[in-house]
Design a binder for this molecule. Structure first.
Ligand code: NAD
Length: 347
């Protein structure tokens, strides 16, 4: 326990919020001051079971929560007043509507990738721009796909210089719990026009990177799959690329020996090795797919949409609070507190 624990509020206890809450609770230098819900559903009971004080967005719904057996600690405003920093994990576009509240209370805030870059004016990834987040009032943690892209692009850029990236995203249709979303039987171009929004989003973190992205949505809930081709400024060595990935704290290698060639088998493996919620925090890069030829690298990587951004939120908290100025140390603290080791160390 640290003398001065960072008090964190989680506004929006859904897919991302519930994971961020658990990740924050696991850290030695932070504590969860409360989480918020709009209605008394199964996730609210999980919050109760975890011992997180439950705050609600609309205080007039207090009776409905109490009738369901859920004690209400107060309003979202009460929760924010008690915190040093709020992680806003409300649905995309809802987060921006909370900004006036955070400004009124003078509280630091982190938004997620469903919001535009402009909501915070700064987009974050701990491997790329941790130092720029130090002491900031507002930050946006980029989306799951963008997080997966910037981790690897930045690594390759440092070693070889990136001339251009071409990435194709095959996106999951919905998260496993989202029963009303599709598609059920279609491949949906997202959008038909090129580029998709992912390229410009990468540039919110790495503005100098030239990138073209295309995306489509398919009927699966497990993970996204990226097919990536990077053209480099200097000639690449496959062995070195594998080594760079191997030594990155949040990039993993799926080795041939594992015999895995799908997102379904990956999630099964994550379950079997006892990952909480079967979460895959790291980029899951298929080692056999890594192909190099002079100034070109191509590979497949699977990205678990519900998980990769969670650890980035924890690092963003530390950077913004200014309690840890070194990115590598923060990443190590976050990973260690979660008992997280990259997937190649499990096979
Ligand atoms: P979600 O719908 O699973 O969870 C959002 C939660 O916020 C729900 O519990 C909802 O009840 C609550 N909520 C809604 N309105 C609220 C309000 N006004 N005040 C307080 N709480 C409110 O959403 P999610 O998938 O966790 O997404 C949250 C953010 O994270 C979005 O910006 C999204 O784009 C981003 N994100 C999502 C994923 C993903 O795959 N799920 C991945 C990366 C980033």
């Amino acid at each position: 326990m640290y003398d001065c624990m960072i008090k964190v509020a989680i506004n929006g206890y859904g897919t991302i919020g519930k994971r961020v809450a658990d990740a924050v609770a696991a850290q030695k230098d932070m504590k969860v001051i409360g989480v918020s819900k709009t209605r008394p559903n199964a996730e609210a009971f999980v919050a109760k079971q975890r011992g997180y004080p439950l705050f609600i967005a609309d205080i007039s719904k207090k009776t409905a929560f109490e009738k369901a057996g859920l004690a209400v600690a107060g309003s979202v405003e009460d929760m924010c007043r008690a915190a040093d920093i709020v992680v806003d994990a409300t649905p995309g576009d809802v987060g921006a509507t909370n900004k006036p509240l955070y400004e009124k209370l003078g509280i630091k805030a982190i938004w997620q990738g469903g919001e535009d870059h402009e909501v915070a004016g700064f987009s974050f990834n701990s491997s790329c721009n941790y130092k720029e987040a130090i002491g900031r009032k507002f930050t946006r943690v980029v989306s799951c796909n963008t997080t997966g892209l910037v981790r690897i692009i930045n690594t390759i850029d440092h070693e070889y210089g990136v001339e251009h990236v071409h990435a194709i995203m095959v996106r999951r249709g919905s998260d496993p719990g989202e029963i009303k979303k599709g598609p059920i039987d279609a491949v949906v171009l997202d959008p038909v026009s090129v580029p998709s929004h992912h390229g410009p989003d990468v540039q919110t973190v790495l503005p100098h990177i030239s990138i073209t992205t295309m995306a489509m949505i398919v009927p699966t809930t497990m993970m996204h799959m990226h097919a990536v081709k990077i053209t480099t400024k200097r000639e690449v060595s496959r062995e070195k690329v594998v080594d760079l990935i191997n030594h990155h704290p949040r990039m993993g290698l799926i080795k041939k020996s594992l015999g895995i060639k799908s997102t379904a088998e990956l999630k099964e493996f994550a379950m079997d090795i006892g990952r909480p919620r079967s979460d895959l925090i790291e980029n899951c890069i298929f080692e056999e797919s890594i192909y190099t030829d002079r100034n070109e690298i191509s590979f497949f990587q699977a990205i678990h949409q519900e998980a990769d951004v969670v650890v980035e939120n924890v690092d963003a908290i530390r950077a913004m609070m200014g309690t840890e100025k070194d990115a590598d140390r923060s990443v190590r603290m976050t990973n260690e507190a979660l008992g997280f080791v990259t997937i190649q160390n499990n096979h």
